[in-house]
Design a protein around this ligand. Sequence first.
Ligand SMILES: [Ca+2]
Length: 377
Amino acid sequence: MKLTINSMKTHLPAQTQTGVADIKPATPRTELQPSTQVRKAVFGGYSSLRFLLVLSLSVLAVVPWVYPQNQAGLGIQLYAGLSITGAVGAVYAIEYITDVAQTNNWHCLVFLQLPATNYLWFDSTFPATGRRFYRARQQTAPTNMVFIPPGTFRMGSPTNEVDRDANEGPQTAVTISRGFWMGKYELAQKDYQAVIGSNPSWFLGDSNHPVEQVSWNDATSYCNQLTQQERNAGRIPTNCVYRLPTEAEWEYACRAWTSTRFNYGDDLGYTNANQYEWDFDNSTNQTHAVGQKQPNPWGLYDMHGNVFEWCQDWYGPYLGGSATDPQGPATGLYRVHRGGSWTYYAWHCRSAFRDYRLPGSGYYSVGFRVVLAPGQP
Ligand SMILES: [Ca+2]
């Protein structure tokens, strides 16, 4: 594949070797802020990393999370990617447009957690032809959400796991290819009420309890309304969505790179369960305010117990082998919910335990938590 660059010459900084581009910054230059740096790049297609080392134009800019896009500098780079300089662990929204005249049409591709102070990111979704102009905007953590990094894990339980169910296998090697934000807590009644205007929960009195008796349809409707609300307020990147986690995302986040029965260990005698979960043995037959037990290694609370959590997927058997970003069956009768609940014994709150119900009905043992992730590019 040939990189297509039209016209022009530029005045190159001394440390660069070449640079030709027909792209100019879309808006006037502004002052850089020291805390965030953003580069834009444009390139016309590539077929190998070696070929990437040809040419690009990059624009240094500062674009905090909710600010309008502004830019702040111009430099020529020798790679067709996006070079980001920032603090290790900071999360950036990588966005692109295809037309610099349409700066209100940025599409979010990925949330990137910076692995090094200087990091070169490549767009693996780049089409065979065309152009993309990129920017990276540093994000502050959305309220009560934690960043879940991409990675690979073994979904399901091994056949020798104590108290496992048959539908937890065959284990599948799953890659979660893109990072996402996930609710630190099960969605509380007060949060549901704030968006929907009503509270269907059975256990009323403390709005910090998880919302329940929400059907899968109610949960997805909540996510859609929250997405619209936050987009209108400019608080989330363009085309990013709040949604339910896929079943794979849920288990990946629950496990937090653990492979034990629970994300705090195997606990074969269930002697430590009380520290981490509300289950039938300690719940006194009710839900409890979210976040009262110990979190998992990534800071997520109540992944074991309290209420089950609706997932995006239809229920179906695991396929084994390997999969990237699995979405579950294309259709089905039941929707998956995960994590066990106050109505179930501790062994049903294991990381691999699966359960499912009809999506049109609400249940007092089932709630949900949301994720924030890029939508369709
Ligand atoms: Ca739960």
